[in-house]
Design a protein around this ligand. Structure first.
Ligand code: MN
Length: 264
């Protein structure tokens, strides 16, 4: 396919079910001059691609209804008839081993691991569309030592020091977290591993943006419990998650306050 002109404004389809990640990604793209359409499931992504033409798709791997791998498979199958090839970049949850290989096997062209870093996102997109730095591996995450509630430095670095964006995703998280926690609790109470996996996965993705390691680990444990469909130990894991979110919440509020002070 022809190389495009770097810096061109792109029309990007974002398929992502996590509200914090949606906001984060859209704002990063907007700041780069790109416009975005958002869908929350693989099925909705297929519909959007029939409605409109896009330059590229950012495809979350784990979504309800139809996941990103299945959606990509269907897109590639459809393209056999038309001879076209839309670039698809996977958004993968770091903690799931083998994600990268599964994405490439499914027909995706590249991947970005979550939590999303501004630079890694644009390297993947521009590498595919403009042919720059293609195939270059992302720099490994800087070692985070001794920080388990949240890591301010890594969080801000990932956002290219955009404090407005930080405040925005903190607010969004604080708004969403109580409902996600109660979804998690209800799923355990009703013995519903699918719902547990989904709610815990969403929480995991959200707290990951703040490098909130302890909360991330607690949500991951519950996601795994849901995935294995054996709810033994789920209540205990839930109380750990709840405690970690209770520790994280004031830390995020404080981070916002600090940010406001440093600007005035
Ligand atoms: Mn997801």
């Amino acid at each position: 396919r022809p190389a495009r002109e770097p810096g061109r404004n792109l029309r990007i389809l974002l398929a992502e079910d996590n509200a914090v990640n949606q906001r984060l990604t859209v704002r990063m793209l907007e700041k780069r001059g790109h416009s975005t359409a958002i869908v929350k499931t693989g099925r909705a992504a297929l519909a959007a691609l029939e409605e409109e033409s896009f330059d590229l798709v950012l495809m979350d791997v784990q979504m309800p209804e139809m996941d990103g791998l299945e959606a990509t498979g269907i897109i590639r199958e459809r393209e056999k008839a038309t001879g076209t090839h839309i670039p698809i970049v996977a958004l993968t949850a770091h903690a799931m081993v083998g994600d990268r290989e599964r994405c490439l096997e499914a027909g995706m062209d590249g991947y970005v691991s979550k939590p999303i870093r501004t630079q890694e996102l644009f390297r993947a997109i521009e590498g595919l569309l403009f042919g720059s730095e293609e195939g270059e591996e992302a720099a490994p995450e800087a070692a985070e030592t001794g920080i388990d509630i949240l890591d301010r430095y890594t969080t801000l670095e990932r956002l290219n020091d955009d404090r407005d964006l930080l405040n925005e995703i903190v607010d969004l998280f604080l708004e969403d977290a109580p409902a996600l926690l109660s979804e998690t609790r209800d799923a355990i109470a009703h013995g519903n591993p699918e719902a547990l996996m989904r709610a815990a996965h969403t929480l995991k993705g959200s707290v990951g943006n703040f490098s909130a390691k302890a909360a991330f680990k607690a949500a991951l444990d519950l996601e795994v419990i849901g995935h294995e469909k054996d709810l033994t130990g789920a209540e205990e894991a839930y109380s750990i998650l709840e405690r970690e979110i209770e520790r994280l919440t004031p830390a995020l509020v404080e981070l916002k306050a600090e940010t406001a002070r440093s600007e005035s």
